[in-house]
Each structure stands twice: as structure tokens, then as C-alpha cells.
Design a binder for this molecule. Structure first.
Ligand SMILES: Cc1cc2nc3c(=O)[nH]c(=O)nc-3n(C[C@H](O)[C@H](O)[C@H](O)COP(=O)(O)OP(=O)(O)OC[C@H]3O[C@@H](n4cnc5c(N)ncnc54)[C@H](O)[C@@H]3O)c2cc1C
Length: 408
């Protein structure tokens, strides 16, 4: 019988403690400053690159941890430090994963190093899928890629929005429509190399939270890229489109559902980010409740406060268990028969929003000021129920998976 343990092994504990040290010593002290500046924290990214946290090697090592806990553990610790800075550090990973998942070996070898740069000259990358009229409804994407056979080039036109690192990235990965008849199955991903003419940054968003992370529109105006920039190559694309056309004949709804399922595997990582933010706020609230005195005793002596802390900690631990379960399932090839990836993201992100609000309440007036970090954590936590699929979309995915019906 397989051995069951819920304990991290020594190697995992070592990595976790190392990441925690970086989060506590480098990220957390810089958090308030970069939140106010609303700028990419390049010096912190550079520090992360120097110690090896900002690199593909590091994420690949965590990704291939056979227990599946490498990535959630890393996300929890970095986002415990600060969500905005941590997203600036891991945001490149979104684009890198896009290339790893769909690219050829040559594309992986060529583009991923250019996404990260090196410790002396760090670079970032952006993954651009969302559009002004295509958020939750990915299938309504309009950015169009047309093949110019004579030149073996793709011509891309459209507007992307909400792109993390959009416009400041060295390499952009852009999802575009190659066959409008096929909904999200007619999409393909393209590398836009550094300095490509026609790509520009549109509006940079001033956000509620994660303000150290750059979010902007990306405009693609007759962008021409070589055929080699189509991720996976033309032959594979043609085969995939032929299969999708065949399936579409059998029923369009099935095509749409399949696209939703592809995001399942990445969702536990977002859940882990949410756990990190929730844990950070809970710890601040616990310390505060033990030291703040009113009516001649620490406020934690009141059941009303202590029970809130008990609920906060219980939800955080439950969220982490859902995240770990989904991550373990993904790495071990277990199918998400009940949309376990979506479940983990839904519960962890809603927990982060609730726990950070409770933390403000426990800190009273101080919780409402920027003298204490919980108001920032609460602003940051709101993103988890929005990006990588909103809470409503997670519920839709779970409900459809459970019922097998195309609930609208
Ligand atoms: C800070 C930030 C960073 C981001 N980074 C990236 C990135 O790097 N790359 C990228 O491609 N995208 C990125 N996004 C985009 C993000 O994934 C989208 O914002 C998200 O998918 C929601 O899309 P939307 O904003 O258009 O909302 P909409 O889809 O318009 O949704 C609006 C509301 O309607 C609800 N709703 C929509 N459809 C349904 C339905 N069928 N049933 C029930 N409710 C529904 C939603 O849940 C939501 O509450 C980022 C967004 C933000 C804010």
C-alpha cells in the first residue's frame, strides 16, 4: 500500500524556509513603497534573480516536484511577502508556461531565456489573452492572426487588455484567432520578439491592489512575426484545427467546455497565492489581538475576537488543503472529475478576501490605515476572485463538471 503522509520532506522544508527568508527580508520590507509608487519593483526582481528565485530553473524544479507541492509552497511564501511584488516576480512564469506547454524545443530554448534575462539585466514577459470584449468569454476574442504564405509570416492585429507586464515585457506571448469559426479552439499563441514593430503599450491601469505589478493594454497594429513564432509550429496547428473542425460538427458546446478545462491545472497556483495573502493578514491580526489592550485586557481575551481568528485560521488551512489536493492530482495525472482545480481557486480566493477584511476589523482604526499592512493585503486579495477566471466562472466550471450539463 502506498505510504500516506501530510508532512513536507526535508528538501521541501529547506526550500520553503529559504523562500520565506527572502519574502520576510526582501519582499515584505519593500511592499509599502512599491504599492505607493505603483511601479514594477525592478531592484527586487533583480535581487530575486541574483539568489535564483527569478529563473526558469527554479520554477521547473518546483514544477517537477513529484508531490505537486513545490509550486503551491513557493507561491504561498512569496505572496505571503507581498502580492504585488510577488506577481512581478512570478508574472513572467505565465508567459513561460505558455511557451513550455505549446512550444517546440527550439522555441523553448530560444525564447524563455529572453523572457528572464539575467541577474545583471533582468527582463520580464507578458501573457496576453484577455481583450476589452473577451474576458470570461474567451471564445469571443477578436485579435486576428493571418498567415502570409508568400513571406512565411503571421500578421497580427488587435487590442489586448489587462496584460501583466504588457508593454514593458521583452517577450510577449499573444493569443489570437486563426479560425473564427472554431471559437476558442480556433486560437493559437504567438511569440512577439523584443522590439517588434507595431506592438505598443496602451493604457497602464491604476489599480485597487497589487499595485507593484504592471497591468496594461497591448496594441497590435499590423504586427508581423516570422512563421517560427507560432507556438508549436504550423503543421501541428493545421492538424489541431482539422480535429477541432471535425469535433465542432458534432456539437459546438463541447468545443467551448474543453477550453475552460485547460485552465484547470493552473488554478491551484492562484489559490496558493491567495493562501499566502490570507495567512499574512491572519498573522498580523493574531499578533495585534494579543498585544492590543482595551478594557484592561488584550482584545483576544474577547470571544468575539478570538473566534474570528479561529475561523480565519480554519479557512486558511482548509484552502491550503484544497490547493495541495488539486496540485497533487495535477502532477500525478489524476483527472479533475469534480473540477478540483477550480474548487481550490474558488475557496482560497474567497477566503483571502474574507480573512483580510476580518484582519482590518481586528486592527480597528489601525487596520484602516496604511501604517499597517492589512489594508494593502485586503486590496490585494480582491484580485484573486477576478483573474485566471472569476469566482462565478469557477462555480460555472464546477457546476458543469458535476452535472454534465451546459449550465449558463
Ligand atoms: C490585475 C489584473 C491582471 C491580469 N493579468 C492578466 C494577464 O496577464 N493576461 C491576461 O490575458 N489577462 C489578465 N487579466 C484579465 C483577467 O483574467 C480578466 O479580468 C478576467 O478573466 C475577467 O474578465 P473581465 O474583466 O472581462 O470580466 P467579465 O468577463 O466582463 O465579467 C464581469 C462580471 O460578470 C461575471 N460573469 C461573466 N460571465 C458570467 C457567467 N457566464 N456567469 C456568471 N457570471 C458571469 C464575472 O464573474 C464578473 O463578476 C488580468 C486582470 C487583472 C484585473
Amino acid at each position: 500500500m502506498a505510504e500516506f503522509t501530510m508532512e513536507l520532506n526535508d528538501e521541501q522544508k529547506e526550500v520553503r524556509d529559504w523562500l520565506h527568508g527572502f519574502a520576510a527580508d526582501v519582499i515584505r520590507p519593500a511592499a509599502a513603497e512599491w504599492d505607493e509608487r505603483e511601479e514594477t519593483p525592478w531592484p527586487v526582481i533583480q535581487e530575486a534573480a541574483k539568489v535564483g528565485i527569478y529563473s526558469l530553473d527554479f520554477y521547473a524544479q518546483q514544477y517537477f516536484d513529484p508531490t505537486g507541492l513545490g509550486i503551491p509552497m513557493a507561491m504561498e511564501e512569496l505572496f505571503w511577502g507581498d502580492a504585488g511584488i510577488a506577481l512581478s516576480i512570478v508574472g513572467t512564469g505565465l508567459a513561460a508556461v505558455g511557451v513550455l506547454a505549446n512550444g517546440t524545443e527550439e522555441q523553448i530554448g530560444t525564447w524563455i531565456p529572453q523572457m528572464y534575462g539575467d541577474a545583471n539585466d533582468v527582463k520580464v514577459a507578458a501573457f496576453c489573452s484577455s481583450e476589452p470584449d473577451a474576458g470570461s468569454d474567451v471564445a469571443s476574442m477578436r485579435t486576428r492572426a493571418v498567415y502570409d504564405e508568400a513571406k512565411d509570416e503571421w500578421v497580427i492585429n488587435g487590442t489586448k487588455t489587462w496584460a501583466t507586464n504588457g508593454g514593458i515585457a521583452n517577450v510577449h506571448v499573444v493569443v489570437a484567432v486563426v479560425d473564427p469559426e472554431l471559437g476558442s479552439k480556433g486560437h493559437a499563441s504567438f511569440i512577439i520578439p523584443p522590439g517588434t514593430e507595431g506592438l505598443s503599450q496602451g493604457q497602464k491601469f491604476k489599480k485597487h491592489g497589487i499595485r507593484a505589478s504592471h497591468t496594461a493594454e497591448v496594441i497590435l497594429d499590423n504586427v508581423r512575426v516570422p512563421g517560427s513564432c507560432l507556438l508549436g509550429g504550423k503543421e501541428k496547428l493545421d492538424e489541431r484545427l482539422a480535429r477541432a473542425r471535425e469535433k465542432a460538427k458534432q456539437g459546438g458546446e463541447r468545443v467551448k467546455n474543453a477550453a475552460m478545462a485547460t485552465f484547470e491545472a493552473s488554478r491551484p497556483a492562484v489559490g496558493a497565492m491567495a493562501v499566502g495573502t490570507a495567512r499574512a493578514a491572519y498573522e498580523v491580526a493574531l499578533d495585534y489581538a494579543k498585544t492590543r489592550e482595551q478594557f484592561g485586557r488584550p482584545i483576544i481575551d474577547n470571544q468575539g475576537v478570538a473566534f474570528q481568528l479561529a475561523d480565519m485560521r480554519t479557512s486558511i488551512d482548509a484552502a491550503r488543503l484544497l490547493v495541495w489536493r488539486a496540485s497533487w492530482m495535477a502532477v500525478n495525472g489524476k483527472p479533475f472529475t469534480a473540477a478540483e482545480g477550480s474548487m481550490s481557486k474558488l475557496f482560497a480566493s474567497e477566503t483571502a478576501k474574507k480573512v483580510t477584511a476580518q484582519a482590518i476589523q481586528i486592527l480597528g482604526g489601525n487596520g484602516y490605515t496604511r501604517e499597517y499592512p492589512v489594508e494593502r493585503m485586503h486590496r490585494d486579495a480582491a484580485i484573486y476572485t477576478i483573474f485566471e477566471g472569476t469566482s462565478e466562472i469557477q462555480r460555472l466550471v464546477i457546476a458543469r463538471t458535476l452535472s454534465g450539463t451546459p449550465i449558463r
